[in-house]
Design a protein around this ligand. Sequence first.
Ligand code: S3P
Length: 176
Amino acid sequence: MEIFYRSNIVLIGFMGSGKSSIGRRLADIFGYKFIDTDSLIETKTGKSIKKIFQTEGEQAFRQIEHSVVVEVSREKRAIISCGGGVVINQDNINALKKTGLIIYLKADVNSLFERAKKANTRPLLMVENPKEEFERIFSQRKKMYEEAADKVIEVGERSQEEIVAEIVHDLGVKHD
Ligand code: S3P
């Protein structure tokens, strides 16, 4: 029953899990608003995520991210795609859970890396050994994603259409 009070759908997962593109498709299907926390941070600050990390540092980014998360948690009928690090602050998860059902898009670290490395927009990968760093952060976080999730979707090698279809099948009836 609880699901009826939580009209948002929140997508969490590591970099490269497809949160934004899957989120956009879900928003179209459900007729919900689509919100991407990273894009909102960029709009609000007028700076790219990369620039915020470079000039103000990760801590500053996390504070901005938290205030944006609190703000978007007040939405109704929104698909909210979160930056991969949203789970490191439990206050973020508490806020999102009040109004949203949290879906973890789960994938193995190698396929995530293959996808994530294609874009050169991710500050956490701008290090000497990006693969090592990626694996290190992933192993730190994987339990957090599991614990935060109301529902886990295995992304695997499936197409986005298939993943979206599974989510719609599971939630479509309940989210009117
Ligand atoms: C981050 C993931 C990024 C972005 C920032 C930090 C992380 O979002 O929020 O670079 O800590 O995992 P995506 O998961 O959309 O790449």
